[in-house]
Design a binder for this molecule. Structure first.
Ligand code: NAD
Length: 292
């Protein structure tokens, strides 16, 4: 069997086009453009690329992004004050603070400061808690991006054995919660997991979010499995590699998301989706306030 490719780039382009059209329709109906405040601290090259891509994607979808590029010396208090101002600003619908933050800033404190209604990354404890309680509103971008990819290829996780490699707050944990909510039986593996191969071999849907190229040999893939490689590692020759041995896995899987061009583009598309969702929610709340 040679797996079909899950073209995340094409799916993300479709989602982004749908968002662009909705924004256009809203503007024609008299609403302002959705607005996202993006905060980048320091000079980390990867973070700069990620934020630039997010800002470009916003512009292409008709979403206004308000840039805050701060020096690596910015204090925690200065950042908290900025977030406070963005929280209070009714013309801002979403707030994105690019992670990781410099060591002298407590990330959890910063994430907790963001108004949950503007938490487009989906990492605020309230947002996370609502997902755990199966009543999500804004949803962590990479995890929900994977769910959207599965929907688009017509694969329903309900009743399937899904194995998630990686248990980080950013990807593995929210993905496990999303898959549970979708009715899957979920196994989560992490750095202390023993017998990784045994778990991987059982996966009808395998999602790997570790960041170790070659962690999953193709021979471990259960025949017919759906493989979603989230890992991204830049190799010394400049190429990007996922966690799964792609060519070998492709011969056993039914569907496989490549790196690059798989899950990555979906993360950005879901950020735009969350910004639009936050805008629609904020607009209806503002309308309700005016009625009273
Ligand atoms: P992280 O370092 O925070 O977490 C890695 C996880 O992998 C941890 O839970 C750790 O316990 C686990 N792990 C380590 N060694 C393992 C092993 N041998 N077997 C099983 N699990 C093991 O990383 P992260 O922020 O979650 O990102 C993971 C990867 O996903 C990275 O490559 C990152 O670049 C990528 N990523 C991609 C996207 C995207 O949009 N495609 C988004 C975020 C992160």
């Amino acid at each position: 069997m040679t797996a079909r490719l899950i073209d995340g780039k094409a799916i993300a382009a479709q989602v982004r086009e749908e968002i662009r059209r909705t924004v256009e329709e809203r503007r024609a109906a008299g609403f302002r453009a959705p607005a996202l405040a993006t905060v980048l601290i320091g000079e980390d090259a990867a973070s700069q690329v990620y934020v630039r891509n997010k800002r470009r994607a916003c512009a292409a979808a008709g979403i206004k992004s308000i840039h805050h590029d701060l020096s690596a010396e910015t204090s925690e208090q200065e950042l908290l004050t900025l977030i406070d101002a963005c929280n209070r600003d009714r013309a801002i619908d979403g707030i994105l603070v690019q992670l990781p933050l410099p060591d002298h800033i407590n990330s959890l404190k910063v994430i907790q400061k963001i108004d949950p209604g503007k938490d487009v990354d989906g990492f605020h404890p309230l947002t996370f808690g609502m997902l755990a309680l199966r009543s999500p509103r804004l949803r962590p971008c990479t995890a929900v991006g994977i769910i959207r990819m599965l929907e688009r290829i017509g694969v329903n996780p309900k009743g399937k054995h899904c194995v998630v490699l990686g248990a980080s707050n950013l990807v593995g944990r929210p993905l496990a919660l999303e898959l549970l909510m979708a009715g899957a039986t979920v196994t989560v593996c992490h750095r202390f997991t023993t017998h990784l191969e045994e778990h991987v071999r059982q996966a009808e849907i395998l999602a790997s979010a570790v960041g170790k190229p070659g962690l999953v040999p193709g021979a471990w893939i259960r025949p017919g499995a759906v493989v979603l490689d989230v890992g991204i590692t830049r190799m010394s020759d400049g190429t990007l590699r996922g966690d799964v041995e792609f060519e070998q896995a492709r011969e056993r899987a039914s569907w496989i998301a490549p790196v690059p061009g798989g899950v990555g583009p979906m993360t950005v598309a879901m950020l735009l989706q969350n910004t639009l969702d936050a805008t629609i929610h904020n607009t209806s709340q503002a309308a309700q306030r005016e009625e009273h």
